[in-house]
Structure formats: structure tokens, C-alpha cells
Design a protein around this ligand. Structure first.
Ligand SMILES: *[C@@H]1O[C@H](CO)[C@@H](O)[C@H](O)[C@H]1NC(C)=O
Ligand SMILES: *[C@@H]1O[C@H](CO)[C@@H](O)[C@H](O)[C@H]1NC(C)=O
Ligand SMILES: *[C@@H]1O[C@H](CO)[C@@H](O)[C@H](O)[C@H]1NC(C)=O
Ligand SMILES: *[C@@H]1O[C@H](CO)[C@@H](O)[C@H](O)[C@H]1NC(C)=O
Ligand SMILES: *[C@@H]1O[C@H](CO)[C@@H](O)[C@H](O)[C@H]1NC(C)=O
Ligand SMILES: *[C@@H]1O[C@H](CO)[C@@H](O)[C@H](O)[C@H]1NC(C)=O
Ligand SMILES: *[C@@H]1O[C@H](CO)[C@@H](O)[C@H](O)[C@H]1NC(C)=O
Length: 856
């Protein structure tokens, strides 16, 4: 009766105390206590500490001890925390500091200290009174840092030890202890306590507690699961009698297996605590964070607890809300883990003997699971924006900065630059980062076609930095390649290069050569951000000659743009134009000239070595691209051919001295010598006033335009002689010459300069006009189709030219007319009657062998 009153009072007092404390704490709502069977759980929310360090003390009345790891393991406290500062303290109801009332009501006190930045501390005292009367005959508790076994003292032990209640509670009744490791090792109680074991007795129980790393513990593989075991026989002594109690605790240290989706924890169905395989499993529960959960909740979470053969199997899907994911960096690679703390609770009876309640609190952390983020390129070339997504990352990742090729920018700076950066959230709380960078932005190295990025991340709350490097390659089609266009005027190629979207970093080649500063100056390079222009003279050394025509040269310029890093050809441009250039000239004095050009198709040509048909006729002038010949029409092997009144002189320029090359036929027999590879034929067609020249290659190309025709002239002179002897002639100063009507006029027409005796000058038509206009309607025909005009009363008379009087008689014609006058409307034009003035004349050589003169 007394004892009941006492305990009721005690209980009341604790509740008051606890309420007082909770009033203080309720504003914070951050400390929570639960009585969970044989232990009390204190939950400390992170909001209590705000990132500051938390420490715990065990409290026993006025006695306060800091819970160091070794004291916690020894005295029955287990402290867990997560990275954010949430703590769980599991305090055994039989911990060294607990108040114990009749092995039923236990008072647990814990003090929470928050270490501030400065020395001062916030201190919160927590006291909890837990009522636990349903002790099984044997209770075993495994936490991550200690094993605790609490066997009930059997009646005979109690009886034999003492008839009195106090004797049992006195630990000094323990005489000695023998540990099995499995070798026997005996210790007296004091030594065992000093070693770090906690050994106490309550009214009805022995309490033995040991850390996992104690020397007298050992590991046993139990059906594939490693278990830590402590096995002790305790000898109790009371005067003459000694009793002994075998005590064993066995706690799993493994049995885990992981997949990406599931954690599997195996626990042996039969374990060293069982004396036989005749055990009867009475209860089997799963718990989370030390608290049993119901089958409904298990189903909702996807948890499974079954017995498979000789194993108790617990399955927990990764990612459930009872645990948490965490980011990590391992070897610079992004990894995640998942943490969860399940509990296994068993109750079995052992071959009709006393039953055992067995609890394991088993914090699980998965191994580091690599989760390299995906870098997804959504770049739409038409939008001209690099668009990339990087993820997924867990919720605890912060993007801090991004390093572009131009330098590092914080996220705020990136946004300030107008670059769109977004954090995208998935339903499961993971996130990804989307970045949109315009092509035009200077961070994009257009030459490389690549956006290179280094993302700088931070894992919170630990502030662990890590980075991720990536790059986007924009393929060639995504890039606007540079283009080249061009036109020609009479002397130059005009080239315009448009750089496209790759900047100016491409190399430019003109012809066979790179663009040097000298060439830039020579070609008048002008450029702005997007374009470059230049003008290349058609005779510049970088220009290739394709074909020669009579009076023009077909020349080509090649422009190549290439990218130096990958040696990609970006643009290959050619432009060919014909430029006016006199290649062959036919002079009326019989001199011919020709220019030979080194054309691209004959790369080995040395112009200096070219000759005419007569190989002694060499160039008058030559350099590495040109050879200039000038020669008389009757020399150097020039041939002459007559057509209808046309005379054609022809010669050719070849590599005349080149020895014939004999090709080996397949049969080994020499075949005919090939033509010299270079042959320019030039011709002069002489008509009066008209010279035609033609140049062509022996192997004409396709689509080659017809040869052009050039014009030259032969000089013909018409003169008036003093008399029929044709020895003296009026000269220019004598005009106007005065002649009487019907007095004779002796005309001579002569071909000048030509030295070709085979040309004959023939007079075809000749007429006189009143006015200078040769088409004037006042006209009188003197010679018609090479004959005298029969309508004329005073016929024109031809006089032969004496064979030796002139060097080339066939070049000269003499004829005589009588001075006459024009009549208009039967009226003699008086002015002209008295004097016929020959003021001037000219011979116009027209067509061939036509000529006219004017008399007035
Ligand atoms: C705590 O107090 C109880 C009595 O209130 C005492 O028996 C016990 O030895 C104390 N524990 C410690 C560790 O001081
Ligand atoms: C979260 O969801 C995203 C998108 O469905 C997925 O890629 C990612 O793996 C998920 N994260 C976790 C931790 O399950
Ligand atoms: C960018 O972020 C990374 C990762 O957090 C960090 O290590 C680095 O110092 C930051 N760089 C700059 C220039 O701030
Ligand atoms: C650059 O030059 C090109 C051609 O010379 C011209 O069309 C273009 O407008 C110029 N661009 C600028 C920005 O001056
Ligand atoms: C013929 O005329 C050309 C051009 O006037 C001149 O260069 C050349 O020397 C002349 N030839 C002769 C043989 O007089
Ligand atoms: C013939 O020569 C004259 C004088 O040089 C010239 O004016 C005329 O055009 C020439 N005729 C032809 C058909 O070339
Ligand atoms: C004279 O006529 C010819 C052909 O009928 C023509 O070609 C020429 O131009 C004319 N001359 C003049 C000066 O009108």
C-alpha cells in the first residue's frame, strides 16, 4: 500500500515537471518524446538548432553527464541525426540514468544543449516518464551502437540468491562473470565495468549492455547474416550458495542487399539466442524509426516482411517518405544515397521455455549510387539558341555558377545577362536546370560549333561543392557557313566573303596561297563584322589561266575558306572570267606578234622554252607565265594559204625542242609519239582593211567559244600624178589642184608597206561625188565592177604599170579620167565649171578589194 502511494506521487511529480518543460518548449514545437516499449524516443527538430551543433546530456536528478559516444553505448543511449540537424535519441528505459519504479515506471531525463555561435548555450531539459509493464521474460535490444539483454532472474536464482529483495538489487552479489569469445574469459564485476560493459540488476532483471567493438564480443555468420554476439555467464553469490545465469545477446551487423529500387534486409529465422530450433515465432512486426507500423501503412509504403525459408526478409522500396535521399560527390561524380531506419521486432517462445522479445533498430544507408545527370540538348538551330537541360538532381543541389568559355558567372549574373536559366522541378522533388544561350552570345565559341559549360553546384546543407562539365556540339548543318561570291570587271575579280555565323576565324586561301598581310594590302582587303571584300587583278600571280583566245584570256580565281582546328573546308569557291587581252596582232607591214600564256593544264610549261615552227625563233620576251613573240610573216616557218581573195598566214607556238616521248604500250612496243602538250596556232587573215586572226588549241575543250576575229588594215594610197609618166605626184600642200574641163587626171592607187609579191590590188568600184559624203546622191561612176563605166562619154582609161618602175607592180594601179563637172537640173553648176578642185581624197578600204574615193 505504501509503495503504491509512493509511486503515484512520483508519477504525478514527473508529469508536472514534464509539463513545465513542455510549456517552455511548446513554442518551439521542436522536441517530442514517445514511449515506445522498452525505450523512449526523443525527436529534436532541426528548427531547434538552426544549424548550430546540438549536444545531449544524460540527467539523473542533479547528476548531469555529457553523452559521449562511449558513455552513450555503455549506458543505453543511441543518437541518430540527419544532415539537416534532425536528431533522434533512443534511450533505453533501463539506461544507467533512468529512474526505475518497480520495473514498470521509468523516468528518463535528457538535456539538450544547443551550442550557439558564441559560448552561450540554449539548454532544454526533457523528462519523460514511461510506463512499461509488459516485459517479456527476456528482452533484447539492438541499436546501432549497443546491444542490451535483460533476462528476468529466475525464481530459483532469486530464491537461492537471497530471500530478501534488496540482496538481488545489489550488484555486489555478482561474484564473477565468464565471457565466451568463444574462448572463456573470466572477470570480476569491477573489471567488467571498467572494461566498459554495463551490468546492473533491477528488482527482477539482470541488465547487460555492450558496445559492438568490445573485446569480448565476436562475430558469427548466422545463415548468411553476420551477427555480433556477446555471451556471458554470470555467477551470483550469497554466502554459501552460488547460482549462475547464461546471458546472450546477438545483433545483426549486415544482411543487406540493394538494387536501384529496393532494399532487402535478411535476418536469420533461427539465431544464437534460441536454444533450439523448436522455437515458436509468436509476433513479428516491422517498425520505422523505432516505432511499430501497421500492416496498412506497410502496404501503402510497399514494405514487405515475410519469412522465406530460414530467413526473415524485410523489403523497402527506395525513395519512400520514411527515409531520405541525399546527394554526394564521389570522385567528382554525382552520387546519391537513401537512408532509412527500420525496426524489426520479434517475440518467440523457446521450446516451452520463457519467451523472448527481440528488437533491432537498424539504420540503413544505401551504398553510393552513381547518378550521372543527363545532359539533354534541345537546341533548335532555327531559333539560334542553345537550349540544354541538365538533371535530374536531388532537392539538395543548388546551382551556384556557370563557367562559360569567357569566364565564370554566378547564377544571378547569368540571369542579369539575359540568359535564361530555370530550375525545373519534378513531382518526386528532383530538379533539373535548363539553360538557353543565344548563338550570338559571346559565350558561344562559334568557331568550335560548341557551347562549353561547367556547372558549379553545391550540396546543401553541407556546402559540398562539385561541378559538371558539358558541351553542346552544333553539327555543321546547324551553322551558317561562310559564302563567297564574286564578279569580274575588265581587269579584276571582285570577291565578297560573307562570314556566316562562325565569325572570322576561318583561314582564307587565294589560289594556292594563304592570305598574308602583304596579299591583303595588294588586293585591297576591306572588312567589317560580317563581310570581307577584295579585288584581285586578273594577271595577279594567284590567278590561274584556263584558256587563251585571240583577244582574251580566260582566267580563274579560287578562294578556299577552311577551319584551322578541324581542317574542315568551309567554302570552296571558283570564279572564271574572260578578260580582254590582245594575244595576236597582225600588222599591215607583215609583222605578226603573239603572246603565249602558261595555262593551268600545262603546269610544267616553261615559257622561255617555247618556240615558233622554226625552233630558232624564240620569244622576244618571257617570264614565268608569258612568252612574247614577234616575227615577219615570211619567216620563222610561217605558212601562207590563199582562199577567195583572202591570204592566211599561220604559225604555231610549241615546246618545239622537247624530245618526243615514247609511251610504252602494253605489249612493250613503242607507240607513236604524243603531240607536244602545248600548241598555240595563230593565223593572220589579210584582206584590205581587214585582218582576221584566229588562235586555237589543237585539243579544243568542250563548249569552247568560237575563235574571235580581229581586224587589222592594209594601207592603200590614192594619188594624183602630174602626168602620164607617173613620176611626180601632187602632195598635200598642192591641193586644191586646178584643172580644166576635160583635161586628163592621172590617178595611182598603191598598196603600201606590204612586201608580199603575191598580193594583187584590184580596183572594183570608183566614183566621184560632189560632196565629201561618199554616199552623196551627186555621184558619177568611174569604174564599175572593175570595168570602165560605159555610160561615160569620156571613158576611164587604165594604164599598165611598168614592170620595173615599182618594187611590186601588182600592188599598183594607174588610171586616167577627164576632168568633168556636175550638172543639176540641166544647169551647169557655174562655180565648179571654171575650176575643178580636188581638195582631198581618201581611200577607204572596205570589205575586201572595195574602195572608193571622192572628188569634188
Ligand atoms: C541514478 O539515480 C539512481 C537513484 O535515483 C541511482 O540508483 C543510480 O545509481 C544513478 N545513476 C547514476 C549513473 O548515477
Ligand atoms: C525523379 O523524377 C525524375 C523524372 O521522372 C527521374 O528522372 C528521377 O530519377 C527521379 N528521382 C529519383 C530520386 O527517383
Ligand atoms: C563556382 O562554383 C563551384 C562549385 O560550387 C565553386 O567551387 C567555385 O569556387 C565557384 N567559382 C567561382 C568563381 O565562384
Ligand atoms: C559589311 O559589309 C557588307 C558588304 O560590304 C555590307 O553588306 C554590310 O551591310 C556591312 N555590315 C556592317 C555591319 O557594316
Ligand atoms: C611593222 O609595224 C609594227 C607596228 O607599227 C612595228 O612594231 C614593226 O617594227 C614593223 N616591222 C617592220 C619590219 O617594219
Ligand atoms: C578600214 O580602215 C578605215 C581607216 O583606218 C577604218 O575607218 C574602217 O573602219 C576600216 N573598215 C573596216 C571594215 O574595218
Ligand atoms: C554610206 O553607205 C554605206 C552602205 O550603204 C554605209 O555603210 C555608210 O555608213 C554610209 N556612209 C555615210 C557617210 O553615210
Amino acid at each position: 500500500m505504501f509503495s503504491f502511494l509512493f509511486s503515484a506521487f512520483w508519477l504525478l511529480m514527473v508529469i508536472v515537471l514534464a509539463q513545465k518543460n513542455f510549456n517552455v518548449l511548446s513554442t518551439r514545437k521542436s522536441l517530442k518524446t514517445d514511449c515506445l516499449g522498452s525505450y523512449m524516443r526523443l525527436t529534436v527538430d532541426k528548427s531547434l538548432a538552426f544549424g548550430n551543433q546540438i549536444e545531449f546530456d544524460a540527467v539523473n536528478g542533479s547528476q548531469i553527464e555529457p553523452l559521449t559516444p562511449s558513455l552513450a553505448a555503455k549506458c543505453g543511449f543511441s543518437i541518430d541525426s540527419d544532415p539537416w540537424g534532425n536528431y533522434k535519441v533512443f534511450a533505453s528505459l533501463l539506461n544507467c540514468f533512468a529512474g526505475n519504479e518497480d520495473d514498470t515506471v521509468f523516468d528518463v531525463g535528457v538535456r539538450v544543449r544547443v551550442r550557439g555561435v558564441k559560448a552561450e548555450q540554449d539548454v532544454f531539459e526533457v523528462e519523460k516518464s514511461c510506463n512499461y509493464g509488459q516485459w517479456a521474460p527476456r528482452e533484447v535490444l539492438c541499436t546501432w551502437n549497443y546491444m542490451e539483454v535483460k533476462p528476468r532472474l529466475k525464481r530459483q536464482e532469486m530464491v537461492s540468491l537471497s530471500t530478501a529483495f534488496q540482496a538481488i538489487t545489489s550488484r555486489y552479489n555478482i561474484w564473477r562473470m565468464v565471457f565466451f569469445t568463444p574462448k572463456q574469459k573470466a572477470m570480476v564485476l569491477e573489471d567488467a565495468l571498467r572494461t566498459g560493459y554495463s551490468i546492473t540488476t533491477t528488482r527482477s532483471r539482470l541488465v547487460l549492455r555492450s558496445g559492438y567493438d568490445m573485446p569480448e564480443t565476436y562475430v558469427e555468420n548466422v545463415n548468411g547474416v553476420p551477427m555480433k554476439i556477446i555471451r556471458v555467464t554470470t555467477y551470483f553469490k550469497k554466502q554459501w550458495s552460488v547460482t549462475m545465469l547464461d546471458t546472450v545477446a546477438a545483433c545483426p551487423t549486415g544482411g543487406l542487399s540493394f538494387t536501384d529500387e529496393m532494399i532487402t534486409w535478411n535476418f536469420p529465422r533461427f539465431n544464437p539466442l534460441m536454444s533450439s530450433r523448436e522455437t515458436n515465432l509468436l509476433e513479428m512486426f516491422m517498425g520505422i524509426d523505432g516505432k511499430q507500423i501497421e500492416s496498412l501503412q506497410m502496404a501503402a509504403r510497399g514494405y514487405v516482411l515475410t519469412i522465406v525459408d530460414d530467413l526473415i526478409v524485410m523489403k523497402m522500396p527506395l525513395g519512400g517518405p520514411d527515409g531520405y535521399y541525399k546527394s554526394h560527390v564521389v570522385n567528382d561524380q554525382y552520387h546519391i544515397t537513401y537512408d532509412i531506419e527500420p525496426m524489426l521486432e520479434l517475440l518467440w517462445s523457446d521450446g516451452g521455455m520463457d519467451s523472448t522479445r527481440y528488437k533491432v533498430l537498424f539504420p540503413i544507408k544505401t551504398p553510393f549510387m552513381p547518378r550521372p545527370p543527363h545532359f539533354v540538348d534541345f537546341t533548335d538551330v532555327d531559333q539560334r539558341v542553345f537550349d540544354v537541360l541538365l538533371g535530374p538532381f536531388l532537392y539538395d543541389i543548388e546551382l551556384v555558377n556557370i563557367t562559360f568559355s569567357t569566364g565564370v558567372l554566378t547564377v544571378a549574373e547569368v540571369n542579369a545577362r539575359g540568359i535564361n536559366i530555370q530550375e525545373q522541378r519534378f513531382q518526386n522533388g528532383s530538379k533539373a536546370f535548363r539553360l538557353q544561350v543565344p548563338f550570338s552570345d559571346s559565350f558561344v565559341r562559334t568557331v568550335i560549333y560548341t557551347l562549353r559549360l561547367i556547372y558549379g553546384f553545391m550540396i546543401l546543407p553541407e556546402y559540398t561543392p562539385f561541378s559538371y562539365t558539358s558541351s553542346v556540339d552544333v553539327t555543321l548543318q546547324d551553322v551558317i557557313l561562310p559564302t563567297v561570291s564574286g564578279t569580274c570587271d575588265e581587269e579584276q575579280f571582285h570577291i565578297i566573303i560573307s562570314f556566316g555565323n562562325m565569325g572570322k576565324n576561318s583561314n582564307i586561301m587565294i589560289g594556292m596561297h594563304d592570305m598574308t598581310p602583304d596579299r591583303r594590302a595588294e588586293y585591297g582587303v576591306k572588312e567589317n563584322d560580317t563581310h570581307m571584300s577584295l579585288a584581285v587583278p586578273f594577271l595577279a600571280s594567284d590567278v590561274a589561266f584556263e584558256l587563251m583566245y585571240v583577244s582574251s584570256l580566260r582566267a580563274r580565281i579560287d578562294v578556299l575558306l577552311w577551319e584551322p582546328m578541324n581542317k574542315w573546308t568551309l567554302c570552296d569557291f571558283s570564279l572564271a572570267c574572260s578578260f580582254q587581252m590582245t594575244m595576236t596582232e597582225c600588222f599591215s607591214n607583215g609583222t605578226m606578234s603573239a603572246l603565249a600564256v602558261k595555262v593551268e593544264s600545262v603546269p610544267q610549261l616553261v615559257p622561255r622554252q617555247l618556240t615558233l615552227r622554226d625552233s630558232s625563233c624564240r620569244p622576244k620576251f618571257s617570264n614565268n607565265r608569258f612568252a612574247y613573240f614577234t616575227f615577219e610573216a615570211n619567216s620563222c616557218g610561217t605558212t601562207r594559204t590563199f582562199y577567195d581573195g583572202v591570204v592566211m598566214y599561220q604559225n604555231e607556238i610549241t615546246l618545239g625542242n622537247v624530245l618526243p616521248v615514247y609511251q610504252q604500250s602494253k605489249k612493250g612496243v613503242p607507240t607513236s609519239a604524243p603531240d607536244p602538250e602545248y600548241r598555240v596556232t595563230m593565223s593572220c587573215f589579210y584582206t584590205l582593211n581587214d585582218t582576221q586572226t584566229i588562235a586555237f588549241f589543237t585539243k579544243p575543250r568542250e563548249n569552247e567559244p568560237l575563235p574571235e576575229t580581229g581586224f587589222g588594215e592594209l594601207q592603200v594610197v590614192l594619188r594624183l600624178a602630174w602626168d602620164g609618166s607617173y613620176n611626180n605626184f601632187y602632195v598635200e600642200e598642192d591641193y586644191p589642184v586646178v584643172k580644166y574641163l576635160r583635161s586628163p587626171l592621172f590617178f595611182e592607187v598603191a598598196l603600201l608597206q606590204s612586201t608580199d609579191p603575191q598580193i594583187e590590188l584590184v580596183l572594183e568600184n570608183c566614183w566621184a561625188t560632189l560632196k565629201e559624203d561618199r554616199n552623196s546622191t551627186s555621184r558619177w561612176d568611174l569604174i564599175v565592177d572593175g570595168c570602165v563605166n560605159l555610160a561615160d562619154r569620156y571613158e576611164t582609161v587604165f594604164h599598165p604599170v611598168a614592170p620595173n618602175s615599182v618594187p611590186y607592180p601588182s600592188h599598183v594601179k594607174h588610171f586616167e579620167i577627164k576632168m568633168f563637172t556636175f550638172v543639176q537640173s540641166d544647169v551647169v553648176l557655174q562655180d565648179q565649171i571654171a575650176q575643178i578642185l580636188i581638195t582631198s581624197f581618201s581611200v577607204i578600204l572596205f570589205g575586201f578589194f572595195f574602195f572608193f574615193f571622192f572628188c569634188s
